[in-house]
Ligand binder design. Sequence first.
Ligand SMILES: O=C(O)c1ccccc1N[C@@H]1O[C@H](COP(=O)(O)O)[C@@H](O)[C@H]1O
Length: 212
Amino acid sequence: MSQSTQIKICGLSTPETLSAAIGAGATHVGLVHFEPSPRHLSLEDAARLRAMVPGGVKVVLLTVNADVATTGKAIELVKPDVIQFHGNETPEWIKVVREKTKVEAWKALGVKDAQTLANSARFEGAVDRLLFDAPAKGLPGGNGETFRWDVLKGFDHRIPWGLAGGLTPDNVADAIRETGTDMVDASSGLESAPGVKDVDKIAAFCKAAFEA
Ligand SMILES: O=C(O)c1ccccc1N[C@@H]1O[C@H](COP(=O)(O)O)[C@@H](O)[C@H]1O
């Protein structure tokens, strides 16, 4: 069993599924603030869920191309531990937000090929973690799509990173073994319908990830 694997369960929207994720051992819980998403939460609802999270579990607030004012308001209201930028945010923009707010910053990147990884170096010094996801399709993320994990093999990572994109209870162990990641992030693969998390899938996912 790998005790060190970090697990983010994203797109939680009810107290029941939030506590299922925490009970199953998630190290990070994700709240989505992006209106087109079936997982969208108002900032007020996100703040209510955030207040239920015990210390020791990190709250990740996900936004997409939000402007500075919205980002600042979101951080002030929700008080996340981490903000996950899942759009076309630049390193320079993220650096400014991070310096102003002191909140840990993650940047999701859609991986097309090895060139995406090479280009990710531009985020060095701007973010605390990169999340490698499938390329945008419909939504910028949360599409349940995997990508070619083999491009991650042998890459000289300079920035802490995590793996996202189409992860499920059935493929997460292979994903960890094939990529060597120490953090996995899942959302739509743990649902019974778009935006509806399934507590059994959450538990099975965490078990499989810890046992990989
Ligand atoms: O979950 C969403 O609706 C979402 C919307 C916009 C950007 C990102 C979104 N989700 C994140 O995408 C990755 C992969 O998700 P999945 O497991 O493939 O469904 C993950 O970080 C989600 O939190």
